[in-house]
Design a protein. Structure first.
Length: 97
């Protein structure tokens, strides 16, 4: 189960447990800009590259934030998934080694 699914389950459980409260949830993981903004605050520069293995989260988030991205193929996303992809990385890598 992916972290996004777990977050949705927790959100639903909290809303059910506390129906009288106006709970607000903000996604902090990719592709949300919050994680990239935190990296910018820590480094003080947009001169960075997001390494990831998923087009829909890692690469989409980096592209939306305006930083370079590198898809590490062979993880979640196979190299042939780049054909016709909407979220295209700046770089492509066969692996980390």
């Amino acid at each position: 189960m992916a972290s996004g699914s777990v977050a949705l389950i927790i959100e639903a459980a909290l809303r059910q447990r506390y129906p009288e409260r106006a709970l607000e949830f903000e996604p902090l993981g990719k592709p949300s800009g919050a994680i990239f903004e935190a990296a910018l605050q820590l480094t003080g520069t947009r001169d960075m590259v997001m390494l990831g293995d998923t087009l829909e989260t890692d690469i989409r988030g980096a592209n939306a934030f305006g930083i370079d991205s590198a898809l590490v193929a062979g993880g979640v996303t196979p190299a042939d998934a780049l054909k016709g992809a909407v979220d295209v990385p700046t770089y492509w890598m066969r692996g980390l080694l």
